[in-house]
Design a protein around this ligand. Structure first.
Ligand code: S3P
Length: 451
């Protein structure tokens, strides 16, 4: 995605009241796992086959970055992606700036990956990415010996001046962030000795699971500060087969839509159910949602299942505790939409991190919901939604380059009295290409808006 003057004109969309949603919603591959599979695939010796890679803009940017760094990543005629690497230590200096578009995950993980190499890497992205703080990654990487030169507030464009003599560190995360944890572990790959990250609150563990799958030595133990992950540096990692499950953060949108549109029943097959990603499902079940997990299984080290979702019982408001935030950090925008249809108040606590996502999601949701006629209160790190009445809608919401804000308001429009519009659909392609067709295939009414 780009905000270059030559970029395409904004594409406004309108979502009107849906009658009932029915059918099967096959959501695209997990974004977190897709980024990681391209990165590790381009490091491992030999070929890595990636089945079900998310072909969203964010992930395609990572594929391009890995090619600039000397790896390969191509899609075969059979739809399977194949990556080839030169082993840990085998990356080369990129001949150009890495433009990661809208992708915070791609940027932060790659900053780690290149920090322990004796060359300089330049990073930039779109206006959203250029407003995001990277200091949280720069700080531990500097402790390992890299230098990061960035704009004020640690914002991109930035340069990572890698080090020829990286030092292993033990680092306790000051914020619960899988991106920071992963950046340090990826830097630890080309660092002699043992790199340890301690997380006071556990976050998604895709990096750990995948590193183990590739043959790295990883020790995970509970220490008094939290969960400690220790990686032995400079392992020999070899190519393997990866099966990327459907993204639970994308599945959240059809699931929420089925819960707010009366008469709906849908099946969302092959959804990743990593225990660190299912806070939304836990919360929706507490609210009284009818969601059944069928065919639970483990595929390539990750838990997966099919979700059957039925509209039915009246949902009730709940309090979502702050310690649940890491397991549903990307799902608060869509949860706040569902909360508008639940009786009573839903209070979401511990949301400070939402302010530094692709946009300030806390104020974006609070303002957008209020504009749609919903009773909300925005706190510094809290959001309260009082629901139960059908909201009027009838407004256009600014997406601010944030895919999850865009999709959340399109889902809201499926159950408001008047349509809800978003000012630009472009960002949705970063994580969920095909979102509009998939939702319309279930019975939604999302159309271009030329108002
Ligand atoms: C991600 C971690 C989360 C999440 C992001 C993906 C990852 O970010 O919001 O969409 O793949 O590691 P934080 O680490 O900033 O919480």
């Amino acid at each position: 995605m780009s905000d270059h003057p030559a970029a395409a004109a904004p594409r406004p969309l309108a979502s009107r009241t849906a009658q009932r949603l029915a059918g099967t919603a096959k959501v695209p591959g997990d974004k977190s796992i897709s980024h990681r599979s391209l990165m590790l695939g381009a490091l491992a010796v030999g070929e890595t086959e990636i089945h079900g890679l998310l072909e969203g803009e964010d992930v395609l940017r990572t594929a391009a970055a890995m090619r600039l760094l000397g790896g390969t990543a191509e899609k075969g005629g059979d739809g399977v992606w194949r990556a080839r690497g030169r082993g840990i230590g085998g990356l080369r200096e990129a001949p150009d700036v890495l433009d990661l578009g809208n992708a915070g995950t791609g940027t932060r993980l790659l900053m780690g990956l290149v920090a322990a190499y004796d060359f300089v890497t330049f990073f930039t992205g779109d206006a959203s990415l250029r407003s995001r703080p990277m200091g949280r990654v720069a700080e531990p990487l500097a402790q390992m010996g890299a230098r990061i030169v960035a704009r004020a507030g640690g914002r991109p464009p930035l340069a990572v001046i890698g080090t020829a003599e990286p030092m292993p560190i033990t680092y306790t995360l000051p914020v619960a962030s899988a991106q920071v944890k992963s950046a340090i572990l990826l830097a630890g790959l080309n660092t002699p000795g043992i790199t340890t990250v301690i997380e006071p609150e556990p976050t998604r563990d895709h990096t750990e699971l995948m590193l183990k799958g590739f043959g790295a030595t990883l020790k995970i133990e509970q220490v008094k500060e939290g969960r400690a992950v220790s990686l032995t540096g400079q392992p020999e990692i070899t190519g393997r087969k990866i099966v990327v499950p459907g993204d639970p953060s994308s599945a959240a949108f059809p699931i929420a839509a089925a819960l707010i549109v009366p008469g709906s029943e849908i099946l969302v097959p092959n959804v990743g159910l990593n225990p660190h990603r299912i806070g939304l499902i836990e919360t929706l079940l507490e609210m009284g949602a009818d969601i059944a997990i069928e065919n639970a299984r483990v595929e390539a080290g990750e838990k997966v299942g099919d979700l059957r979702v039925r509209h039915g019982k009246t949902l009730k408001g709940v309090t979502v505790p702050p310690e649940r935030a890491p397991s549903m950090i990307d799902e608060y925008p869509i949860l706040s939409v569902v909360a508008a249809f639940a009786e009573g108040e839903t209070k979401m606590l511990g949301l400070a991190e939402l302010r530094v996502k692709e946009s300030d999601r806390l104020s974006g949701m609070a303002q957008g919901l209020a504009a749609c006629g919903i009773d909300v209160t925005e706190g510094q790190d809290t959001l309260a939604v009082r629901g139960g009445k059908i909201p009027p809608g009838g407004v256009r919401i600014p997406v601010k380059l944030d895919h999850r804000i865009g999709m959340s308001f399109l889902v809201l429009g499926m159950a408001t009295t008047k349509p809800v519009e978003i000012d630009d659909a472009e960002a949705i392609g970063t994580s969920f290409p095909g979102f509009v067709d998939l939702m319309n295939g279930l019975g939604a009414g999302i159309t271009a808006s030329n108002r």
